[in-house]
Design a protein around this ligand. Sequence first.
Ligand SMILES: NC(=O)c1ccc[n+]([C@@H]2O[C@H](COP(=O)([O-])OP(=O)(O)OC[C@H]3O[C@@H](n4cnc5c(N)ncnc54)[C@H](OP(=O)(O)O)[C@@H]3O)[C@@H](O)[C@H]2O)c1
Length: 304
Amino acid sequence: MKKERVLITGCGGMLGSAVYRVFSENYKNVLATDIDLNEPWLRKMDVREISDCEKVVLDYKPEIILHLAALTDLEYCEKNIDNCWRTNALGTENIAILAKRTDATMVYISTAGIFGGEKDEFTDFDRPDPLSYYAKGKYHGEQFVERYLTKYYVFRAGWMMGGGLKKDKKFINKIYRQIKAGKNELFVVDDKLGTPTYTNNFAESIFRVLQTGYYGLYNQVCGGSCSRLDVAREFVRLLGLEDNVKVTKVSSDYFKDEYFVVRPYSEKLVNLKLESRNINFMREWKECLAEYSSIYKEDYHGKI
Ligand SMILES: NC(=O)c1ccc[n+]([C@@H]2O[C@H](COP(=O)([O-])OP(=O)(O)OC[C@H]3O[C@@H](n4cnc5c(N)ncnc54)[C@H](OP(=O)(O)O)[C@@H]3O)[C@@H](O)[C@H]2O)c1
């Protein structure tokens, strides 16, 4: 077991459970925090409040800070701009300031959503052009971490999948909830490209890259690319429901009221730097989805 103390922010979310598992398996001392205390192992820490964070950091003295905390609902962020800046941008600044002061290594999770989508795919070297307030806040976080620290890692994730029935706030669980509610036709967009990112694989990769000491910014997504439609069809197939549930292709216009925030045409990332350094530990998205789907399959077929 490693001796460094690890502090995690925003650890109650869909990525947090995987990060907590991986780091607790490898480090003797892990302190997991969030504003939403949905697990007994979480302690309260609000990244918007620098003095609260300062107390925790100075008291715990972490050598590594994994900063996951963020508001991740794009529509919420667009309607609550002030809170979005305070959490996603300023919250990251707060943590970076404290990491600098205590000489801790900071790991920040960013997003493929920082790109504007004028290309089909983006390497670590493409210039971000964030469209939404969520993405602008996250990009501000990246810039601040890069300017302020030398001992840092920024990992950009794509379409996150993980956390399971209780914690997954994103696409897979949204699709599953419709299926479980008895819908036999799903409407899914085919005009948005991206790369799924499986939380378990992502957390393990963070741990492994951290061991290399090759600091810096990395795109870190699963292999392969797809549209939302491809993901939904594959998920339905993995559940063994392709004869019962029809997946109908629509354009983003279909959801323009519900998902009113402009999303880039493509959020597909290429892990160029990880590949070049021979430290790309991310697996193919279909293989990861097959693994992740097993809990949904069990839940669904348990229901019959
Ligand atoms: N989900 C994705 O598709 C995706 C894609 C790329 C990158 N990311 C990034 O990955 C990281 C982890 O996100 P996730 O997918 O695990 O999303 P998540 O499930 O929403 O987890 C984020 C956690 O942060 C908490 N939080 C919000 N405001 C906070 C504050 N002021 N102080 C402390 N904690 C706070 C959230 O609590 P509440 O639930 O109460 O808000 C939640 O528990 C984030 O930095 C996100 O931007 C996510």
